[in-house]
Design a protein around this ligand. Structure first.
Ligand code: B12
Length: 248
């Protein structure tokens, strides 16, 4: 039986270990509002964020998609995957169940709905790490959207953050105006829509066809192949990202 002290202790041990191993952000989430099948019957999640290289993101803001960003995406995914497996072992060594959901989980994406079985951004907002921006990306105070995410689902009781359910984008339209594909509608994230149907929650924010078409065309010209395909213009345009990369 967990006591408040034991929950605090394991949470701080896991957080500190992940930060020491290279995580940029770590949060604990109560994910019980998500359908049980999607969360594999686990009640909690650990959200892990790995920041992208600020100089590389600055150049995406100036030049659009680049090969160097595709390499940095692979680098950040690889660290996020390592941290995910490292954290999973910390939990299973203590007798808890833990399921690692890796950063590069594109193979699990349903082609019809263009969605994974569980969304990393859901764990992140539930952990209180940030909100969903007009870009449909997670926006954090510390790194803006310049983060790759991985998630650990677990039955361990953890000291959970306060979920963020309201967008803090306000009147800002920087990502909407920057997107060359006109894929961003410019509307505020409405969690009621996401709760009703997560696809509806995303589709009121972005147009996937426009996003994918632009990214496929530019990546082909640059010789970038899946799974390293990138755009990143909406990441670079966010004022919170700009603060992180030293542009504001
Ligand atoms: C399929 C996919 C795509 C597709 C579709 C994008 C989409 N938004 O669905 C395409 C190919 C277009 C794409 C593009 C990009 N992607 Co992508 N993609 C994924 C993937 C593999 C699955 C996403 C998914 O399931 N979509 C279904 C929709 C419904 O969910 P969602 O939009 O991802 O998340 C919603 C829920 O989390 C919900 N939500 C949030 N909080 C809560 C709370 C509650 C209670 C509920 C009910 C719901 C809820 O709101 C979110 C917004 O719609 C994820 C990895 C993953 N497993 O999460 C990466 C992921 C979302 N992509 C990512 C990135 C960075 C990109 C790109 C910038 C590409 C690039 N590398 O340059 C672009 C940006 C496009 C954009 N503006 O959204 C990152 C996002 C990181 C971040 N900071 O937010 C992820 C998480 C990968 C990672 N490991 O870091 N992607």
């Amino acid at each position: 039986m967990e006591t408040i002290d034991s929950v605090k202790q394991i949470s701080s041990e896991i957080r500190n270990s992940l930060l020491k191993e290279g995580a940029s952000l770590v949060g604990f989430a109560d994910i019980r509002p998500i359908p049980s099948e999607a969360r594999q019957s686990m009640d909690h999640a650990i959200s892990i964020g790995v920041a992208l290289n600020p100089a590389i993101i600055r150049r995406v803001g100036l030049n659009g998609p680049t090969r160097e960003y595709s390499y940095d995406k692979v680098r950040a995914n690889s660290l996020a995957n390592y941290l995910c497996e490292f954290g999973t072992k910390l939990l299973t060594d203590r007798g808890y169940k833990a399921v690692p959901l890796l950063a590069d989980d594109h193979k699990k994406v349903d082609k019809q709905t263009v969605s994974a079985p569980f969304q990393h951004k859901t764990a992140a907002t539930r952990a209180g790490l940030g909100w969903i921006g007009k870009s449909a990306l997670l926006v954090t105070e510390e790194y803006g959207s310049a983060l790759r995410l991985s998630t650990i689902l677990t039955d361990a009781v953890l000291e959970c953050g306060t979920p963020i359910e309201i967008s803090k984008c306000g009147e800002c339209q920087e990502c909407t105006n920057a997107c060359p594909a006109k894929a961003i509608n410019g509307t505020l994230w409405d969690i009621a829509k996401s709760k009703e149907d997560i696809l509806k929650g995303r589709n009121h924010l972005i147009n996937l066809t426009n996003c994918s078409r632009y990214y496929s065309k530019t990546n082909e010209m640059l010789g970038i192949v899946a799974p390293a395909r990138v755009c990143g213009i909406c990441i670079a345009a966010c004022p919170k990202t700009k603060r992180y990369i030293g542009e504001k």
